[in-house]
Design a protein around this ligand. Structure first.
Ligand SMILES: [Zn+2]
Length: 396
């Protein structure tokens, strides 16, 4: 009957081991996924940053759902380098092509002063609340923790801001800033689902905060009951990871565009008009900006007052929800956000179309020869429907 020592020796003879120095080189050039096979309490006390966590007892059942690419090299570690040797053998049996075990384990790694961190730990309640996120390997506990640490600013607690705010709060975005200087009016309730009849006459930001805090107490709702202007915009948007733009007028959009370029904060832009809506993501200096699409506001006589324009209920729910989704993708660096693409929705046809939009090399704000960005205000034009000025092609 072989002893534990015999089994370990045999396992080590069949797998490949690397020293911590080589593991650290692979950590820095990101040429391998690190897999932690210790128990939860060991992991919670310290881990190699970015490591995937699967306790050894769950390795067979979870490896394929948490390590998506069997061709990507895997460096396995445990506390001292023994459990990881057995785990390496298991992964090889499961068909992973390039697996190594780290000699000396996390204990030696930490003693040698190599990079490690304490994982942010979700509470039992949070693990339950965000279970459906955690089940997605592309999000997981790490992604949920990232959402809880992210800060999203919503411009407007109206038609677009309402669904975006509700879903972002439900998803556990840790800080939600809301800018709005209006009060709740009965005519808002046809589409602005953050508010209700009891809140008529109340500040919109206060009503929004009540609704969102009741939905998810994890979320810190920061309210700005101000008119966004050249004098305060840089201060308000500072420190946010993503901005969801639900405003309905040109002056604010240009102001926001210039300020977000200056601060390099991505903006999820949405607009609605009658039965149509549009969404795109302006990622500073990576994709086009608002001025690349629309260098100058249309003349005042062509811009109808937003107060007069009708909009079908539900439509802002669809567009605002897409904005919320794009904000989460940007925050988590997930999938392909609508950078360089404009999604147009027609409610009457029930159709979505995507247009490619390009950066304009001659853009007055982000172009190659653009001067220094000056934050200035514009005349009070109002047209809640952005039209493409140039640089667009249909993408069928
Ligand atoms: Zn531009």
């Amino acid at each position: 009957m072989p002893s534990y020592r015999d089994l370990l020796k045999e396992a080590k003879s069949r797998i490949r081991e690397i020293p911590t120095s080589e593991a650290e080189a692979r950590f820095h050039d990101d040429s391998a996924t690190f897999l932690d096979v210790r128990e939860q309490d060991e992991f919670d006390a310290g881990m190699i940053p970015g490591a995937v966590f699967i306790p050894r007892g769950h390795l067979e059942s979870q490896a394929e759902s948490k390590l998506l690419d069997k061709r990507r090299p895997v460096v396995i570690y445990c506390a001292a380098g023994n459990r990881s040797a057995f785990a390496a053998e298991t992964l090889e049996q499961l068909g992973f092509e390039d697996v190594v075990s780290m000699q000396g384990g996390f204990g030696q790694w930490k003693n040698e002063d190599r990079p490690w961190t304490t994982p942010a730990v979700l509470s039992v309640e949070q693990r339950d609340r965000y279970k459906r996120h955690i089940l997605l390997p592309e999000v997981g506990e790490e992604g949920q923790q990232k959402l809880l640490e992210s800060k999203v600013l919503l411009l407007g607690a109206g038609g677009l801001g309402s669904p975006a705010a509700l879903y972002l709060a439900a998803a556990g975005v840790g800080t939600l800033g809301i800018v709005d200087m209006d009060v709740v009016d009965a005519s808002n309730l046809q589409r602005q689902i953050l508010h209700n009849v009891d809140r008529i006459g109340e500040r919109k930001v206060d009503s929004a905060k009540k609704t969102l805090t009741q939905l998810n107490p994890d979320v810190d709702v920061v309210t700005y009951d101000v008119r966004l202007g050249a004098d305060n915009i840089l201060e308000v948007i500072d420190g946010y990871d993503v901005i969801v733009d639900g405003t309905d007028n040109f002056p604010t959009r240009y102001l926001l565009n210039d300020a977000s370029l200056l601060k390099r904060i991505p903006v999820v832009h949405g607009s609605i008009f009658r039965f149509e809506g549009q969404v795109t993501v302006f990622k500073p200096y990576d994709g086009p900006c608002y001025r690349c699409l629309l260098p100058e506001p249309p003349p005042a006589e062509l811009a109808p007052s937003c107060a007069e324009a009708g909009v079908l209920g539900v439509l802002p729910g669809i567009i605002g929800s897409i904005q919320g989704l794009e904000a989460i993708k940007v925050a988590l660096d997930l999938g392909d956000p609508l950078v360089g693409r404009l999604l147009a929705y027609d409610a009457l046809e029930e159709s979505f179309r995507t247009f490619n939009v390009r950066r304009d090399p001659a853009c007055p704000a982000c172009g190659e020869s653009a001067g220094e960005i000056v934050i200035a205000e514009y005349d009070d034009l109002c047209l809640p429907h952005a039209t493409l000025a140039n640089g667009s092609t249909t993408d069928h």
